[in-house]
Design a protein around this ligand. Sequence first.
Ligand code: HEC
Ligand code: HEC
Ligand code: HEC
Length: 127
Amino acid sequence: MYDAGKIITGLILFLVLFTAPIWVNLASGTSAKRPDIKLPIEEKECVAATAYMKASHMDLIYEWRELVVREELRAYHSPAGKEYEMSLTKTCLSCHSNKAEFCDRCHNYVAVSPYCWDCHTEPKEGL
Ligand code: HEC
Ligand code: HEC
Ligand code: HEC
C-alpha cells in the first residue's frame, strides 16, 4: 500500500530543499554570483544615488574629467546637495579606499580593466 500523505510530504520536502538556494537568494536580495565588494564603512552615501552609481558611474567619471580638463571646473554638486571635488583619486578613492576589493573586484568579475591607473594614483592599500 502506498501512503499518499508520506509521498506528498516527501515531494514537498524535496522541492523545498532542491530550490533552497533560490529562496535564500531571494530572501537576502542578492544573487549567488554577485561579486563580494567592500563598501565604505564610515560613509553612508555615494556622490549620487546608488542605483545610478551602479549603472552609470563611468559616465559620471567621464563627465567629471571633461569638466575638469576642458572647463577647469572642480566642484561637483551632488543631487543630495553636497559639494565634492571632481577627482578620481581624491574623491572616489577617498571613500572607496579599498580599491582592490571594490573597483577591481567588480571590474575583474565583469572583465573590464580601466587604464586610468597608468596616470592616476591609487591608494597603496585598502584601509
Ligand atoms: C562620500 C563617500 C563616497 C564618495 C566620495 C564616493 N562614494 Fe561611491 N559609494 C559610497 C557609499 C557609502 C556607497 C554605498 C551606498 C549604498 O549602499 O547605498 C557607494 C556606492 C557606490 C557604487 C555602487 C556599489 C554597489 O553597491 O554596487 C559605485 C559603483 C560607486 N559607489 C562608485 C563611486 C565612484 C566612481 C565615485 C567617484 C565618482 C564614488 N563612488 C564616490 C561612498 C562614496
Ligand atoms: C558593482 C560593480 C562595479 C564597481 C563596484 C565599480 N565598477 Fe566601474 N564598471 C563596472 C562595469 C560593469 C563597467 C563596464 C561598463 C561597460 O562596459 O559599459 C565599469 C566601467 C568603469 C569605467 C570605464 C571603463 C572603460 O573601459 O570604459 C571606469 C572608469 C570605472 N568603471 C571606474 C570605477 C571606479 C573608479 C570604481 C571604484 C571607485 C568602480 N568603477 C567600481 C562595474 C563596477
Ligand atoms: C595619460 C595619462 C592619463 C590617463 C591614462 C587618464 N588620465 Fe585622467 N587625467 C590626466 C591628467 C593629466 C588630468 C588633469 C589633472 C588635473 O588637472 O588635476 C586628468 C584628470 C582627470 C579627472 C579630473 C581630475 C582628477 O583629479 O581626477 C578625472 C575624473 C579623470 N582624469 C578621469 C580619468 C579616467 C576615468 C581615466 C581612465 C578611463 C583616466 N582619467 C585616465 C591624465 C590621465
